[in-house]
Design a protein around this ligand. Structure first.
Ligand code: NAD
Length: 432
């Protein structure tokens, strides 16, 4: 009992110290009450991660989803992992009206992020919003404005920033291990079996227009008749997603920005198409092959490529400094190698100056070294700690917006078949 009172006093003191943005502790066990909007693929997995990250500090008291099958699945999981079921909603606005809810996780399709995040902030909730921050650049700025007015905590789901492996890579860059950096490669290559096309995720056999709220899924997207493909495979359609640009690329441009302490590129030239998944029954809009070349204002180029038809080279970011290379592969392995200036010829000596030669090669495996498979659990923990007034979030909306801008520039360049120039002062895109 004394311990519990101390804990309550501590939470209140922490909240006061952190100012109005932090939570005033309350509730049965002084736990932060979480409402969870979207319990699909990411949202369902996230229920477990939050338990690992912060079970002592939070409880999931409400969930919302527009597909009944996923609500039932999430309730089962909550019971198993958390030991309780939650109040279930189909309309997120009803969940937000519940004053006992302190914070929400929003894990819904991209086109819904804007309205849901702004409504949540207006309802006085702290928000964890999945990446990309929003479906367009303009919507992202609306969210930033609402966040500034609300003084609430918002964490954007670019979780690589919370990964110890990437923090280590940033540290190595800052120590000067690779020298100056003017060029970075990043890539994500995936594949699907011939009968399992990329991003054609399984549509639950039980899903029907009756147990799936199509209009709420659409939100403000263009009207369209019920279509299970669009509902469960929304990534493939421009109305709901930026495809590779905002689904995959943003993670990597974001983490390159993080490692190199950069914000936004000044231009992007993107090219690609639907080259692999061309079956006549496949009506996808978004490319399955995309390359994007970014130039930054301080003489740096980021060369990005993604292809959904071969996974041999996997996933990576490669920082190619004048004096060395840092590679983070599959978000699992970090390698550092100093330059040897011998053109990879075994018969030639290492010609590096002594100071560079002295930099020993490094290999760190994230699972072995940090017990992390990626940054997701840390990212959740960081959000909750910020809500409790004990930390600052590592990915607030302006940072999430920077990540999203790179993604949107790639989409805009691809669609317009022109180089997209980012005018940071005017916060607008121009084309050349
Ligand atoms: N950070 C990461 O690494 C990562 C990984 C995967 C997905 N994501 C992001 O997570 C979000 C969700 O992606 P996903 O793969 O889980 O998609 P998903 O389709 O599997 O899940 C989306 C869920 O939202 C529900 N939904 C749709 N409209 C709704 C509404 N109006 N109200 C409430 N629920 C609604 C759907 O029924 C579904 O359960 C996206 O923003 C995606 O970019 C992030």
């Amino acid at each position: 009992m004394a311990d519990e009172l101390n804990r309550r006093n501590f939470l209140k003191a922490a909240a006061i110290a952190a100012g109005p943005a932090a939570i005033a502790a309350r509730g049965a066990n002084d736990k932060v009450n979480i409402g969870w909007i979207g319990v699909g693929t990411r949202g369902y997995a996230g229920l477990d991660w939050l338990h690992t990250a912060a079970a002592n500090d939070v409880q999931v008291t409400a969930i919302c989803d527009t597909y009944q099958g996923y609500i039932a699945r999430a309730q089962d999981r909550l019971q198993t992992v958390w030991g309780n079921k939650a109040k279930a909603y189909v309309d997120y606005r009803e969940l937000l009206a519940d004053k006992s809810i302190d914070a929400v996780y929003i894990m819904t399709p991209e086109h819904l992020h804007h309205d849901m995040t702004i409504a949540a902030l207006k309802a006085g909730k702290h928000v964890y919003i999945e990446k990309p921050l929003a479906h367009t650049i303009e919507e992202g700025y609306d969210i930033i404005k609402a966040w500034e007015q609300s003084k609430k905590i918002v964490q954007v789901g670019t979780q690589n920033r919370s990964s110890s492996l990437y923090k280590k890579a940033k540290e190595l860059v800052q120590q000067g291990m690779v020298g100056d950096v003017h060029f970075v490669r990043a890539f994500w290559y995936r594949n699907g079996l011939p009968n399992e096309p990329s991003w054609r995720y399984v549509i639950p056999a039980e899903a029907t227009p009756q147990n799936t709220d199509w209009n709420r899924f659409l939100g403000t997207a263009p009207k369209h008749e019920w279509d299970a493909h669009r509902y469960f495979q929304w990534r493939l359609y421009w109305d709901y997603s930026g495809g590779i640009s905002t689904d995959l690329l943003v993670h990597q441009t974001d983490i390159v920005n993080f490692m190199l302490s950069k914000t936004v590129p000044k231009s992007c030239m993107a090219s690609g198409g639907v080259y692999r998944w061309t079956d006549k029954t496949d009506d996808r809009d978004v490319p399955d092959c995309l390359s994007a070349v970014y130039d930054y204002s301080d003489k740096m180029q980021l060369n990005y490529s993604c292809y959904l038809g071969n996974e041999f080279f996997g996933y990576g970011e490669e920082i190619m400094g004048n004096e060395g290379t840092i590679r983070v592969m599959n978000r699992q392995d970090l390698y550092f190698e100093a330059e040897s200036y011998n053109a990879h010829r075994a018969d030639r000596p290492n010609r590096a100056p002594d100071a560079i030669k002295a930099r020993a090669a490094i290999h760190i495996n994230g699972l072995l070294e940090y017990k992390e498979s990626d940054g997701a659990i840390n990212h959740f923990r960081n959000f909750i700690q910020a809500v409790l007034g004990k930390e600052q979030v590592i990915a607030p909306p302006p940072v999430g917006q920077q990540a999203a801008i790179s993604g949107h520039l790639a989409t805009l360049s691809y669609k317009n078949q022109k180089r997209a120039i980012w005018d940071e002062a005017a916060k607008k895109v121009q084309y050349t």
